[in-house]
Write a protein that binds this ligand. Structure first.
Ligand code: XMP
Length: 514
């Protein structure tokens, strides 16, 4: 590989993506590969360095992930983290003590002492807090290694064999709570691996544009634009490469937020050079959804209808040349997390129907993490609002209008949601939330307005903070903001006479109501 690359070899640790992010923040490109990757492939990739991640296992478990000891003989610098450090010690003849009880375990912030001659710790203080998460511990380092850190319970919190460029840390330098953690990773990448730090977003854009031009030649490219961050950034970069040879097809099923369809259209027709095709098809979607209120049935119909409308359009006009998608790196990493129970169907990737034959698929963002995608989007001149857009479910407001979806109910929700967004923006709270939106639960309640009885819709407000959307906390929005939102929704949105705030975390709730 000509690009300077570091490999993160994944042994099942919960922080594998975080490690990769930290490496990229040091301007070094890195790939996460599963521990099942053949050593031959690693040799071919010729990385500048390898990082072993943590993992939930003990090196003595028969089923625990291991790796051929040949990897230590390749002359490639290796940093083992947590389980990765234990694995290195075990494979090279050291001793790992398997915890029989919890007396040796350490979880969380731990006072750590650094000493000896370890290039990773050269520019840090001799004491600091590190983030630990382990039960087993190394009690004897392999021959040729020295011990470079300890804690009260852990005799080997770090070890090194400078000559062979092998390093191990029992703690997690990738976690922010580890003081000097990023200095240690930087030292590994620059001082040990000899990286130059060539991974920069400007050069990424130039390279990607050049590659797209070469691949596409004078042919056409078609891209399904949802108005989400990924497809928008993909559209912007392809537009820069081939201009009008790109056609973006935007299916507006009438289930977007208020004015969002127009905003997407304006952005791409005014700021970028491309063909923009908007398909307005709210009526078709609503007629298919008539009388349907079961959440999975609604999701299925919306997904299928989208697929049909989108591909019919492509079939009619654009079924040759290249097909582009906004796939990003996390979409394609082998997660190896096993079969999670299916809670709800997400429709993200659209498979290509068999009768449509493109020359190839173009995925310009396939190596980028979400925040890198955003950085590219900003550099390409996409509006801030679009680049920092919150996640929005594929089925749109279809899963926020609970029960049957009608045009009137979608409109009520759009208006209420617009008020919420306005209020959150005006006090800067929008930036503190991971996601917030209004829901129309389909409940009517009795109220009194202007001395008269009302019997109207209830609106619920949902706002969450989360790192990864796998779990989420309900957001503690100050009462005065909630009060303004509630007053304005009831006064300004017709057919609504009551507002409630959802105080359910995930789990047990999910972020969306359906
Ligand atoms: P849940 O409701 O599963 O949502 O806790 C987690 C995150 O996923 C978003 N979400 C979707 N995203 N297609 C998507 O691309 C979908 O069908 C979909 N359903 C939920 C949700 O908004 C939240 O950010």
């Amino acid at each position: 590989m000509d690009r300077e690359t570091v490999i993160v070899l994944d042994f099942g640790g919960q922080y594998n993506q975080l490690i990769a992010r930290r490496v990229r923040e040091c301007n070094v490109y890195c790939e996460i590969l599963p521990y099942t990757t053949d050593i031959q492939k690693i040799k071919e990739l010729a990385p500048k360095g390898i990082i072993f991640t943590g993992g939930p296992n003990s090196v003595y478990d028969e089923s625990s992930p291991h790796y051929s000891a040949e990897i230590f003989e390749l002359g490639i610098p290796i940093l083992g983290i947590c389980y990765g450090c234990q694995l290195m010690a075990h494979a090279l003849g050291g001793v790992v003590n398997s915890a029989v009880d919890n007396s040796s375990s350490e979880y969380g912030r731990t006072e750590t002492e650094y000493f000896g001659d370890n290039i990773l710790f050269e520019n840090i203080h001799s004491r600091g807090i590190s983030w630990m998460s382990h039960r087993d511990y190394i009690s004897r380092v392999p021959n040729g290694f020295e011990i470079n850190a300890k804690t009260e319970k852990c005799p080997v919190a770090a070890m090194s064999n400078h000559q062979k460029k092998l390093y191990g840390v029992q703690f997690h330098p990738e976690v922010n709570h580890t003081e000097y953690g990023s200095d240690m990773l930087r030292a590994f990448l620059y001082e040990v691996c000899g990286c130059k730090g060539e991974w920069k977003m400007d050069s990424f854009i130039d390279d990607a544009v050049e590659k797209i031009r070469q691949k596409v030649g004078n042919k056409g490219v078609v891209l399904g634009l949802s108005g989400g961050v990924d497809s928008s950034v993909a559209a912007a970069i392809i537009s820069r490469a081939v201009g009008k040879q790109l056609t973006c097809v935007f299916v507006d099923q009438g289930l977007m937020r208020k004015d969002e369809g127009d905003f997407v259209e304006n952005t791409f027709t005014k700021l970028f050079d491309m063909n923009f095709v908007r398909i307005n098809c709210q009526d078709e979607f609503l007629s298919k959804l008539k009388g349907v209120s079961e959440p999975e049935a609604k999701r299925k119909i919306i997904g299928e209808e989208f697929y049909k409308v989108f591909w019919n359009k492509i079939r009619e006009n654009y079924g040759s040349g290249f097909f582009a998608q906004g796939t990003i790196y996390p979409d394609r990493i082998e997660s190896g997390k096993g079969d999670a129970a299916k809670i709800k169907t997400h429709h993200n990737q659209v498979g290509i129907p068999k009768d449509i034959c493109f020359e190839d698929v173009i995925e310009p963002l396939k190596d980028l993490f979400k925040d890198e995608v955003r950085a590219v989007g900003e550099k390409l001149g996409l509006p801030h609002e679009l680049v920092w857009r919150q996640p929005f479910p594929g089925p749109g407001l279809g899963v926020r209008v609970i029960g049957e979806i009608t045009a009137e109910r979608v409109k009520i929700l759009q208006e209420a949601d617009a008020v919420l967004r306005e209020e959150m923006q005006s006090c800067g709270y929008d930036k503190k939330m991971s996601q917030f939106f209004a829901v129309l639960p389909g409940v009517k309640t009795v109220g009194v307005m202007g001395d008269a009885r009302t019997y109207s819709e209830l609106v619920a407000i949902r706002a969450v903070t989360t790192d990864d959307f796998m779990t989420a906390d309900w957001a503690k929005i100050p009462y005065d903001i909630l009060e303004r939102v509630s007053n304005r929704i009831i006064n300004e949105v017709e057919h609504v006479n009551r507002v409630v705030y959802d105080i359910t975390s995930k789990p047990p709730g999910t972020v969306e109501w359906e």
